[in-house]
Design a protein around this ligand. Structure first.
Ligand SMILES: C[S@@+](CC[C@H](N)C(=O)[O-])C[C@H]1O[C@@H](n2cnc3c(N)ncnc32)[C@H](O)[C@@H]1O
Length: 251
C-alpha cells in the first residue's frame, strides 16, 4: 500500500467501529428515517418493470437496513462497509429474516475490489461524506468500474445546496431540524458531522460525477433541505490508474 493512500478504516467524525454506536444506530436513525419507504421511493424512481434479475452493490451499508428491504426486489446484493461491528449487526438482522441473497463484505469505497460481473446498480446512502473530496472522486471512479454501461448510480447524502454566503444560518437550521426530530444526541452528531466529516457542495459533487463517467438523470433536495439524492447513469467506462487496495491500510 502506498504511504499516501487515505486510511478509510480510521473513522472521521462519528466512530462507527465502536460497538455501542453500532448497537444504537438503528434505534437512533429510525427517529428520522423510514428505510422501508426510502427503498419503496427508490424503486419507484428507478421506474423499471422488473428488478428481480438485477444485481446491486450497497456501499457503506451500515447495519444493512437498505440492503435488507431491497433484498426481496433484487437477485443479489453485495453489502460493503469498513466497520466490522456495523456489518455484524447487518448480518444478524439478515439471518433473523432468513435472507440469503445478500453477501456482506468488510471493505470500503476505496478498498473494495468487485471481483464478480459488473452490477446493474451501485447505491450509497449517508456515507460518501466520510471521504475528503479528493478521495470522493477516486471512490466515484471505482463505482464506475463496478457498474455495467447504462447502470445506475444512486447517491444519497448530506450535500450542501445553499449559497455559501449563508453558511452560518443554514448550518444552524440543519442542526435544529435534527434536534427537533431526534433530540440532543442527534444534535451532537450533526455538529460532529459539520466539524469533522466532509460533506461538500452540490456543484462539486456534480463535477465529480461527470468526471467519473456519469450523467445525472434526476436529482432532488429531500424534505430536510440538506440531504440530496442523485440518480445517475453510467455513460462511459473510465480507465484510470488504480492502485491495489485489497489489503487493509495499516497507517
Ligand atoms: C451514517 S452510516 C450510513 C449507513 C447506511 N448506509 C444507512 O444509510 O443507514 C455511515 C456508514 O459508512 C461507513 N463508512 C465510513 N467510511 C466508509 C468507507 N470509506 N467505505 C465504506 N463504508 C464507510 C460507516 O462504517 C458507517 O456504517
Amino acid at each position: 500500500m502506498e504511504n499516501w493512500v487515505y486510511n478509510e478504516y480510521k473513522h472521521c467524525g462519528i466512530d462507527y467501529s465502536d460497538l455501542k454506536q453500532a448497537q444504537i444506530y438503528d434505534q437512533q436513525h429510525q427517529k428520522f428515517r423510514n428505510y422501508e419507504k426510502e427503498v419503496a421511493d427508490f424503486l419507484q424512481n428507478l421506474a423499471l418493470d422488473n428488478t428481480e434479475d438485477l444485481t446491486l452493490i450497497d456501499l457503506a451499508c451500515g447495519t444493512g437496513a437498505t440492503s435488507i428491504y431491497a433484498s426481496k426486489h433484487f437477485k443479489k446484493i453485495y453489502a460493503v462497509d469498513v466497520s466490522e461491528v456495523m456489518i455484524e449487526q447487518a448480518i444478524e438482522k439478515a439471518e433473523e429474516k432468513n435472507i440469503t441473497n445478500i453477501e456482506f463484505i468488510n471493505s470500503g469505497f476505496l478498498s473494495y475490489e468487485h471481483q464478480e460481473e459488473q452490477v446493474d446498480i451501485v447505491l450509497t446512502k449517508s456515507a460518501l461524506h466520510h471521504l475528503p473530496d479528493f478521495w470522493k472522486q477516486i471512490a466515484l471512479l471505482k463505482m464506475n468500474q463496478m457498474l455495467k454501461i447504462g447502470g445506475v448510480l444512486y447517491l444519497f447524502d448530506v450535500i450542501f445546496h445553499f449559497d455559501p454566503l449563508e453558511y452560518c444560518s443554514k448550518i444552524n437550521q440543519f442542526i435544529s431540524t435534527y434536534e427537533t426530530a431526534a433530540g440532543e444526541q442527534l444534535k451532537a452528531e450533526v455538529e460532529t458531522h459539520i466539524r469533522d466529516e466532509f460533506s461538500t457542495f452540490s456543484w462539486i459533487i456534480e463535477g465529480m460525477l461527470i468526471r467519473a463517467g456519469f450523467k445525472v438523470e434526476k436529482n432532488s433536495l429531500l424534505q430536510d433541505g440538506f440531504i440530496m439524492e442523485y440518480f445517475c447513469k453510467k455513460v462511459k467506462d473510465v480507465n484510470f490508474e488504480n492502485y491495489n487496495t485489497s489489503a487493509k491500510n495499516s497507517n
